[in-house]
Design a protein around this ligand. Structure first.
Ligand SMILES: NC(=O)C1=CN([C@@H]2O[C@H](COP(=O)(O)OP(=O)(O)OC[C@H]3O[C@@H](n4cnc5c(N)ncnc54)[C@H](O)[C@@H]3O)[C@@H](O)[C@H]2O)C=CC1
Ligand SMILES: O=C(O)[C@@H]1CCC=N1
Length: 275
């Protein structure tokens, strides 16, 4: 178990996913975690009641009493949040940021102390210990800071260390990634229910089908194309589905969607001044 105390700045979906993953895996205990947000006391009470963690609206005091600060507000709110917190940040604080697009250099430019900043891009599957998280250390971050991030975030799923310039790509692929799969599954669920399956049976069949496909891909060196061709019999059902998917260029649109996410991550970064 890590012995650091951690304050989350921001109390949204991502904070909840990380908190629940950390606690479920006993990586830290509930007394080590404090959560603050802008001014939503109801949300803080909800998190406190669910996870038995500390919550406060006094961000400065929470920061002063913590070893690690995890920035988890929307990228557009980071300037306002750090302006208030800045006087409470010491050189021995370790700052983790899960903000899309926002570079470690930008965060460092908002803080007087030269404290280590580590950027992490998890996803909401953290809530069930199955995030795919990527990690990059900023200019003031040493190996021990990246190791601390890896140790904490490995309790909520897999870890991939990448150079920071790869983070926009990671954000559009695995950060947003769960949403793409939910969207595709929603389309399959509609077809299942409209053709007479119960929602419950459709859910059980789709979950196993998705997990099985992921597991099969993970255990073979075959290409994705050869895997879907393996499913397709001439004149069969899969071919009938693919003739519609190909006609509508579904794969090209999925690629374009993910590229738009990557570009948006780049844009979120570009509006910021870098140091
Ligand atoms: N939702 C997701 O799947 C993922 C989100 N992220 C990143 O995580 C961050 C948070 O995302 P969500 O949790 O989805 O957002 P959210 O909108 O659910 O939560 C944002 C939180 O920040 C708080 N906040 C806003 N201004 C503040 C301030 N000045 N001081 C303190 N707290 C402030 C809000 O009160 C709210 O609790 C974003 O930067 C996003 O890019 C990263 C990976 C995946
Ligand atoms: O949509 C977003 O901006 C965030 C970052 C990655 C996933 N959700």
């Amino acid at each position: 178990m890590a012995d650091q105390t951690i304050t989350f700045i921001g109390a949204g979906a991502m904070t909840e996913a990380i908190v629940s993953g950390l606690l479920a895996n006993n990586r830290v205990n509930n007394e080590q975690i404090t959560v603050t947000n802008k001014n939503n006391g109801e949300r803080l009470a909800e998190l406190q009641n669910t996870y038995h963690i500390q919550t406060t609206t006094d961000k400065q005091q929470a920061a002063e009493q913590s070893d690690v600060l995890i920035l988890a507000m929307k990228p557009k709110d980071v300037d306002a949040a750090l302006e208030r917190l800045q006087p409470s940040i010491r050189a021995d604080h370790v700052i983790f940021s899960v903000l899309a697009g926002t570079t470690t250099g930008y965060i460092s430019s908002l803080i007087e102390a030269d404290c280590p900043v580590v950027r992490i891009m998890p996803n909401t599957s953290a809530k069930v210990g199955a995030s795919a998280s990527a990690i990059s250390g900023g200019r003031f971050a040493g190996a021990k800071d990246v190791d601390l991030a890896a140790s904490l975030f490995s309790s909520i799923g897999s870890i991939t260390i990448v150079p920071e310039e790869k983070m926009d790509s990671v954000t559009g692929i695995s950060g947003s990634g769960p949403a793409y799969f939910y969207y595709l599954l929603e389309g399959l669920q509609t077809a299942a229910v409209e053709s007479g399956l119960t929602e419950e049976d459709a859910k059980a069949l789709l979950i196993q089908t998705m997990q099985g496909a992921a597991k099969r891909w993970g255990q073979t060196s075959k290409s994705l194309q050869s895997l879907y061709e393996e499913v397709m019999s001439p004149g069969g059902t899969t071919e009938a589905a693919f003739s519609v998917l190909w006609e509508h260029e579904v794969q090209e649109h999925v690629t374009a969607g993910a590229k738009a996410a990557i570009e948006q991550s780049e844009k979120l970064g570009k509006v910021k001044k870098h140091v």
